[in-house]
Write a protein that binds this ligand. Structure first.
Ligand SMILES: Cc1ncc(C[n+]2csc(CCOP(=O)(O)OP(=O)(O)O)c2C)c(N)n1
Ligand SMILES: [Mg+2]
Length: 577
């Protein structure tokens, strides 16, 4: 198929052909030529956001809820630099997005032209790949390549920066274009020798743990994981990025490991003699002080990105491959070679679970405990919703106190820890999954970074629900000040207790319904009321106690062995150690 058209028309046509249905963005000078044919597209819906950061996070939320590539668009200079945070966020959490930016005309590149920023240079270290396009003939091929790179292998963000004159000039449009990506061939099939080695170690181990990360859901391998866990009886820990990948209700699930992990999950890793790491990266928030992490364990490490393997911890058995294939092959190998027996181990871990369940402090003054809000959300809204968190204490409580049963149902910013993620990401998730209930769980600090996307939600008809966990503070930072800075609360009091801003009025100003809840006895009725409103977005201001803390905690840089279940309270491990 060959047709003559402008580069801008070729761009829109290519987006249609690769199956894009939603683009989040804001126009401006350099990208303006692309917005003209976009206006006529019946296949691509452009969602006008209020800040480009919102466009980027919305693309991420869309991608995470649908498994498809999310798309955002911005103009050159400040439009493009406003995308830097979500691009970095997508890079850290391996989220497939394509960011399309306009660039100044090719003759002006490098002259400090109006609204010029070297966005491909700026995003070089935070994109999986990026392109600067100056020839209109390259546009369709580049789009196909960008979508291919973003969605295959280890997913990630790809930037396509297009010079204004390339959008304006005429070109021949050919479809389908031929990709030119020599050397890009992600390995998905694991090596059979490594699989046999791993299965052998699993059979020989007496204290193995399946250490499951975000890569397992990205490979859509939850079913295989369940089969492997049940076949072998090996207990499972699910990292922040893997919550829901293995059902919380399953007896083999020990919960989340790491800085705010459960005693059972953290203890299991520390006492294990074998870790089977699947789609994980031995992140410092999981390992604590690396030299004392899982000191007795041999390591099997499977990941699609060879650069992750042995990056932080030496892998005795490295496996490069897609987790679905890896786990499938492990199942076959275990069936052939036999499984080990781990009753004593699983008994010990069940004992940790029973002795050290997650708990929290209730306040004598009758004020609201944030963890209680999570428990009630979990009970009333249930596991079929998507929960999208911001960053801070509320994020950890959302991970700890909501029961996740479905893969991908908890969406949050793990690697970068980006405040402001929740509202736009929830909007993107709801647009990708319009039939699902989507709850954002946000902090009063985070919410003030990106709540302008409430306008987008209200106008575009995206009825998300937002629980603002309003503790009046940058709570997570305040917690560190309580514990490590002698209760010197430097610049963490947001004074939202003074109702500046008043979140209910703010919601109303944006065309949303605003509700407030301040007492435990009103929580259920408030959540039920929010669940009944499905035509407009709802914001609930849950005013909670400012001194609630996230426990358990492994202080940054210390050993997982020194996990505390409350201030100055450590679990009692059995006498053998
Ligand atoms: C963009 C950005 N700036 C600063 C931080 C550092 N930080 C991490 S958590 C946090 C507090 C978040 O406050 P809030 O949204 O109210 O959540 P809470 O911890 O109170 O639940 C801050 C400032 C960050 N993660 N991201
Ligand atoms: Mg707060």
């Amino acid at each position: 198929m060959t047709e003559r058209m402008t580069g801008a028309q070729a761009l829109v046509r290519a987006l249609e052909h690769v199956g894009v249905d939603t683009v989040f963005g804001i126009p401006g000078g350099a990208i303006l030529p692309a917005y003209d044919p976009l206006y006529d597209s019946t296949k691509v819906r452009h969602v006008l956001v209020r800040h480009e950061q919102g466009a980027g996070h919305a693309a991420e939320g869309y991608a995470q809820a649908t498994g498809r590539v999310g798309v955002c668009m911005a103009t050159s200079g400040p439009g493009a630099t406003n995308l830097v945070t979500p691009i970095a966020d997508a890079y850290m959490d391996s989220v497939p997005i394509v960011a399309i930016t306009g660039q100044v005309a090719s003759a002006a590149i490098g002259t400090d032209a109006f609204q010029e920023a070297d966005i491909s240079g700026i995003t070089m270290p935070i994109t999986k790949h990026n392109f600067l396009v100056t020839d209109p003939a390259d546009i369709p091929r580049t789009i196909v390549e960008a979508f291919h790179i973003a969605s295959t292998g280890r997913p990630g963000p790809v930037l396509v920066d297009i010079a204004k004159d390339a959008l304006q000039s005429d070109t021949e449009f050919h479809w389908p274009p031929v990709m030119q990506l020599p050397g890009y061939r992600p390995v998905t099939r694991p090596h059979s020798k490594q699989i046999r080695e791993a299965a052998k170690l699993m059979a020989e181990a007496s204290r193995p743990v399946l250490y499951v990360g975000g890569g397992v859901h990205k490979a859509r391998a939850s079913e295989q994981l369940l089969a492997l866990a049940e076949l072998t009886g090996i207990p499972v820990v699910t990292t922040l990025m893997a919550r829901g990948t293995f059902p919380d209700s399953h007896p083999l699930n020990l919960g989340m490991p790491g800085m705010h992990g459960t005693v059972a999950a953290v203890g299991a890793l520390q006492k294990a003699d074998l870790l089977i790491g699947l789609g994980v990266r031995f992140d410092d928030r999981v390992t604590g002080k690396l030299s004392s992490f899982a000191p007795h364990a041999k390591i099997v490490h499977a990941d699609i990105d060879p650069a992750e393997i042995s990056k932080n911890r030496h892998a005795d058995v490295p496996i490069v491959g897609d987790c679905k294939e890896v786990i499938g092959d492990l199942i076959t190998a275990v069936k052939a070679g036999g499984t080990g027996s781990y009753e004593e181990w699983t008994e010990q871990l069940s004992d940790y679970k029973r002795t050290y369940p997650l708990g929290y402090e209730e306040f004598a003054d009758g004020s609201l405990a944030p963890q209680y809000v999570m428990e009630r959300l979990s009970a009333i809204v249930g596991p079929d919703a998507y929960y999208v968190a911001g960053v801070g204490q509320h994020q950890m409580w959302a991970s700890q106190f909501i029961g996740y049963e479905n893969p991908g149902s908890f969406i949050n910013s793990g690697g970068l820890g980006t405040m402001g993620f929740a509202v736009p990401a929830a909007m993107g998730a709801k647009m990708g999954r319009p039939d699902a209930t989507v709850w954002a769980i946000d902090g009063d600090g985070c919410f003030q970074m990106t709540n302008q996307e409430l306008a987008t939600c209200a106008i575009e008809g995206v009825p998300v629900k937002i629980a603002v966990i309003n503790n009046g503070n940058l709570g997570m930072v305040r917690q560190w000040q309580t514990l490590f800075y002698d209760e010197r609360y430097s610049n963490t009091d947001l004074k939202t207790a003074r109702r500046i801003p008043d979140f209910v009025k703010l919601a109303e100003a944006y065309g949303c319904v605003g509700l407030r809840c301040e007492r435990p006895e009103d929580v259920d009725a408030t959540i039920k009321k929010a669940m009944e409103i499905n035509d407009v977005p709802v914001v609930v201001d849950f005013v909670v106690h400012q001194d609630a803390m996230v426990w358990p905690m492994v202080a940054a840089g210390t050993s997982n062995d020194d996990i505390k279940i409350a201030r100055d309270m450590a679990p009692v491990w059995e006498s053998e150690d």
